[in-house]
Design a protein around this ligand. Structure first.
Ligand code: NAG
Ligand code: NAG
Ligand code: NAG
Ligand code: NAG
Length: 496
């Protein structure tokens, strides 16, 4: 027989409601066999009945008084309780000490410390407080955890570090009876000569020019310049930017804005109200960069925030005379990238976590091992994700909401009412759209990699992805496990 102590009356009340409205496997006993106000539930697992004890009682039939000041745990926010004096006098508990998780303070860890309080973000970065952590949203060209790094190297159009073979375009203008070729290899800032820039063909309706950086780079801006051809100034007045990791799927740089939907208050009011469209809505639209005004002067545009990509494409929107361009890219190499992505700090919110199924201990709803619990170091009775079945088609998924660079994963098991459970081997898959998945392969490239996971209920196991991958969705697919598939985790990477 098993028991549960530390159970609050609120839980009991909820539990009772759940029992009565849902047909859970457990059911009330005809005769209450539990002492001290415990609730008796029948037919769960192999036990004839179990007792869910009220606060302060324990034992199979709730006939034992819980001992010690740490039972139930008085510490909040996953703080752990340490008894200083194990003795107990009457109903007065002895002394205890709460050891708080980082980011929490107070005698009972009840205070969520504002990690933004001492302004960790430099250079006008905007700080957001998390559980035990913070993130900075950096204005271009600053990057890094604290916006302390400048990302302003010239990437080699003018200097020649970027080779002509890395440049391509939708079309080329051929001048002087086809003898002059205004090819993309000429699109270099301050290029001199009679033929000194890229120009698209006159009949090209969708012109573009592209740089393949050869590897992923962080780009914080672009400097553009026109040119003059046969005594006439030609230049791009406005353009858009598209980027890609693979040269086949592109995304256009966008800006966020607020939209106030108009509603006909007379009679469309209900409709507007029901669609919530009376509230200002966030929307995104492709960003149009204002560029040049003559043949010679340069214009610098910064990307907000800097983008990471291997391919960057300039798409002229308005050109004077012809789409003629000389340019330089501004950016920097990617650097260390192993920040926790926010499972523990809750930067990843509950809505971003889903799973194939969730186990309910003894079939009881209030003991559901939700995917939202799969947070590294989570505490509590149900403090991890657990799958409903023991099979390899189970998975848990994180939606990072935008493409990020993922370099590693930390996994952890848990225990289900005293039983140690963990995932000892797993695979990892990732996706840009949540539909088409790529399974992480071994470094030699063919076999799907099986990562070694946990060996106990508590220790952290770290695995690195080599090479790292870029994805919005990450899935963990348990492959081998001990007892039940049970997981707490953290992803490592950066916002690139
Ligand atoms: C609690 O009940 C169990 C059997 O249900 C019994 O063996 C045990 O002695 C009881 N303990 C106390 C302190 O009453
Ligand atoms: C190009 O720019 C230079 C310097 O601003 C100017 O002197 C020249 O007249 C311009 N040429 C054309 C064709 O507009
Ligand atoms: C895994 O479980 C699901 C649901 O119970 C079942 O449909 C599927 O056949 C199982 N797969 C394996 C490999 O056992
Ligand atoms: C779980 O881990 C903790 C800390 O590592 C250990 O003290 C405990 O015995 C483990 N529990 C089980 C059921 O193995």
């Amino acid at each position: 027989m098993r028991y549960m102590g530390n159970f609050t009356f609120l839980h009991l009340a909820i539990f009772g409601v759940l029992l009565s409205i849902c047909s859970v496997k457990g059911n009330y006993c005809e005769v209450n066999l539990c002492d001290n106000g415990g609730t008796c539930v029948m037919a769960v697992g192999d036990d004839p009945f179990i007792c869910i004890c009220s606060d302060g009682f324990a034992g199979d039939t709730c006939n034992l008084t819980e001992t010690g000041p740490c039972s139930p745990n008085p510490c909040r926010n996953d703080g752990s309780c340490e008894a200083i004096s194990p003795t107990r006098r009457g109903d007065v508990f002895g002394e205890y000490l709460c050891r708080c998780q980082p980011g929490f303070d107070g005698a009972h860890c009840q205070i969520n410390v504002n990690d933004c309080a001492n302004q960790p973000c430099k250079n006008k970065g905007v700080c957001r407080d998390l559980d035990g952590d913070y993130t900075c949203q950096c204005p271009s060209p600053y990057v890094g955890k604290q916006c302390h790094l400048r990302c302003t190297a010239l990437l080699g159009m003018e200097g020649g570090g970027i080779l002509a073979s890395q440049l391509s375009a939708s079309s080329i203008h051929y001048g002087v009876m086809g003898l002059q070729s205004w090819g993309p290899g000429l699109a270099r800032l301050n290029n001199q000569g009679i033929v000194n820039a890229w120009t698209s063909a006159a009949d090209d309706r969708n012109p573009w020019i592209e740089v393949n950086m050869g590897k992923k780079m962080r780009m914080s801006g672009i400097i553009t310049q026109g040119a003059s051809r046969m005594g006439t100034a030609e230049y791009i007045k406005a353009f858009k930017i598209a980027t890609s990791f693979d040269g086949s799927s592109y995304s256009i740089l966008r800006v966020e804005g607020m939209r106030h939907d108009k509603c006909d208050v007379q009679w469309a009011w209900l409709k507007c109200r029901s669609r919530k469209s009376r509230l200002p809505a966030m929307f995104t639209t492709s960003r149009v960069f204002v560029a040049n005004i003559d043949n010679e002067s340069t214009k610098t545009n910064l990307f907000e925030p800097p983008v990471v990509a291997q391919y960057i494409r300039v798409i002229p929107v308005v050109c004077r005379k012809a789409c003629t361009l000389r340019m330089e890219l501004v950016g920097c190499e990617l650097n260390g990238c192993s920040e926790p992505m926010g499972m523990k700090s809750r930067l990843v919110s509950d809505g971003q976590l889903t799973a194939s199924s969730a186990h309910r201990t003894w079939g009881i709803d209030s003991f559901t091992w939700h995917p939202q619990f799969a947070r590294l170091d989570k505490q509590g009775k149900t403090n991890a994700w657990a799958a409903a079945t023991h099979n390899r088609s189970e998975w848990i998924q994180v939606d990072l909401e935008k493409t990020k660079r993922i370099t590693g994963i930390i996994t952890q098991g848990a225990k289900d009412f005293g039983v140690m459970q963990f995932v000892s081997m797993f695979k990892v898959a990732y996706s840009d759209d949540g539909q088409i998945w790529t399974v992480v392969k071994e470094q030699n490239g063919f076999k799907e990699q099986i990562f070694l996971g946990n060996v106990d209920n508590n220790s952290h196991k770290k695995n690195l992805f080599e090479p790292a991958f870029y994805a919005r969705y990450v899935r963990v697919v348990p492959w081998e496990w001990h007892e039940r598939i049970t997981l707490r985790m953290e992803l490592l990477g950066c916002d690139d």
